[in-house]
Write a protein that binds this ligand. Structure first.
Ligand code: COA
Ligand code: ZN
Length: 433
């Protein structure tokens, strides 16, 4: 197989790639039109698969927002339920989660893209791959798992957390490659130290890091501490999950798999396309997805692109590190949380007063979410037992919705700072890097 997993696609010249994209765009629009949601949208906009003479014509299609997806994902299906074999969901366990449906072909195409990505970084069938992402509804668990298996690497479905066991698994199976959240990679070093194990003595040589923003310095620290090469992976569950864009050995931006995703980078205010090197919102159109193709999906992630040829021989454009987001989503321990989820949980508890404050902190190598909650005067008694129980109740209510355990602090009515105008509910003290 040599240097490329899929040389025919990976080394296509950009103009050739664009021809493939145009053809697949027409097919995708025809397919999407079979779903109740896009059927209606495209009809209203007067668009058919013949509407596209060039890729620029995509701009006639209305953008798809996260709210569209939340409200209508079931109506975006182009096939009957009997053809769907899996669902994943992102952020939130109650109501607001965005759900994504996959056909068998979608799972296979996705696994192939992840395999292509891993192969690009040098992972091979004789590698041992330990996947430390959450295996539930998160796409990072099963998404990487299927990709690594497809490539033929021995895959350890370690899942998230349980730090001592992670180190033991690495020792027992002589793990060579890991998929890990960057903040956890740094945190895990404390466990290595406790166990008196030096990660440098293990055969680790590759790490895949993603799922949360991190700096170039964090990557460097991970590479040095573990003695490996760490590659950035980008993906979002709405478009499959991991394997939308991935770094090549040049480690200079992530190649977008443009045969599968049509990328636009738009000014988030004017929605006009921006040129190379300019930061804008990443907007993606699925080009191969069967069950639930999304057209012009606004990722809310801000980054720039580079269209210069890459020394690795691939011609697809590369995106920069994500520079920020257009929404207020919090990412902690690789889990996506919208502040509104916290609000909903807290405001649903009768003991909670009107004000609260969320602080995101870096404590040593660990990330913590501290939630300071004002308790109504009637409930704020000196009965310690009562307050302890209340604290536990709030912690559990938040944990079951957010999937991350916050540290809840109860404070007296009217004791949190109250600014003028819009309440500041979230303060992020974490320094990335
Ligand atoms: N990833 C994985 N494990 C993590 C972690 C992270 N980012 N941050 C901390 N942990 C570990 C802790 O060290 C702890 O290990 P231990 O069992 O050795 O004590 C364990 O997870 C639980 O820690 P705690 O602080 O109680 O976690 P929590 O209840 O706040 O969160 C997690 C639970 C870690 C399971 C949750 O944050 C999670 O599922 N993270 C992974 C998300 C993911 O896979 N995203 C992929 C998106 S593609
Ligand atoms: Zn490259």
């Amino acid at each position: 197989m040599g240097k490329y997993w899929d040389a025919g696609i990976e080394t296509l010249k950009f103009e050739e790639l664009q021809k493939v994209q145009l053809e697949r765009l027409r097919q995708t629009v025809a397919r999407a039109g079979r779903s109740p949601f896009y059927g209606e949208r495209l009809r209203q906009a007067g668009i058919t698969s013949d509407s596209f003479q060039s890729l620029e014509d995509i701009r006639q299609i209305p953008l798809t927002s996260k709210d569209d997806l939340r409200a209508h994902s079931r109506d975006m299906l182009t096939v009957p339920l009997r053809d769907i074999i899996r669902v994943h969901a992102s952020s939130g366990t109650t109501g607001q989660a965005t759900v994504v449906y996959y056909t068998r072909t979608d799972i296979e195409l996705w696994a192939d893209l992840v395999a292509r990505s891993l192969y690009m970084t040098g992972l091979r069938a004789d590698d041992v791959f330990q996947n430390m992402m959450g295996y539930g509804l998160f796409t990072g668990g099963l998404g990487f798992h299927y990709g690594a298996e497809r490539l033929g690497a021995m895959t350890i479905p370690a899942g998230a957390g349980n730090s001592k066991r992670q180190v033991q698994l690495m020792q027992q199976f002589a793990t060579t490659a890991i998929h890990i959240i960057p903040s956890y990679a740094l945190f895990l070093l404390t466990t290595f130290a406790e166990l008196n194990v030096d990660p440098q003595d293990l055969p680790l040589r590759l790490a895949y890091i993603g799922a949360e923003p991190y700096s170039a310095e964090t990557r460097q620290r991970i590479e040095e501490a573990y003695g490996l090469k760490a590659y950035n992976c980008y993906g979002l569950s709405e478009l499959n999950g991991p394997g939308v864009a991935f770094e090549c050995p040049e480690q200079n931006g992530s190649h977008v798999w443009e045969d599968s995703f049509l990328l636009e980078v738009l000014d988030p205010e004017t929605l006009e396309p921006v040129g190379p090197g300019v930061v804008g919102e990443l907007v993606f159109t699925n080009l191969t997805r069967q069950g639930m193709p999304l057209l012009r999906y606004r990722s809310r992630d801000l980054a720039s692109y580079d269209d210069q040829p890459c020394p690795c021989g691939r011609h697809s454009r590369r995106i920069s590190r994500i520079q920020g987001r257009t929404d207020d989503m919090i990412i902690i321990k690789g889990v996506n949380i919208f502040p509104i989820q916290i609000d909903r949980v807290l405001m649903g508890l009768p003991e909670v007063d009107a004000n609260y404050l969320v602080e995101l902190k870096q404590e040593g190598a660990n990330e913590t979410m501290v939630v300071k909650v004002e308790v109504k005067q009637d409930y704020f008694r000196e009965d310690l037992k009562f307050l302890k129980a209340l604290q536990k109740k709030i912690t559990e209510a938040l944990k079951s919705d957010l999937l991350v355990t916050p540290r809840v602090e109860l404070v007296e009515h009217n004791s949190l700072p109250r600014g003028e105008g819009k309440a500041v509910r979230v303060v992020d003290y974490r320094v990335k890097g």
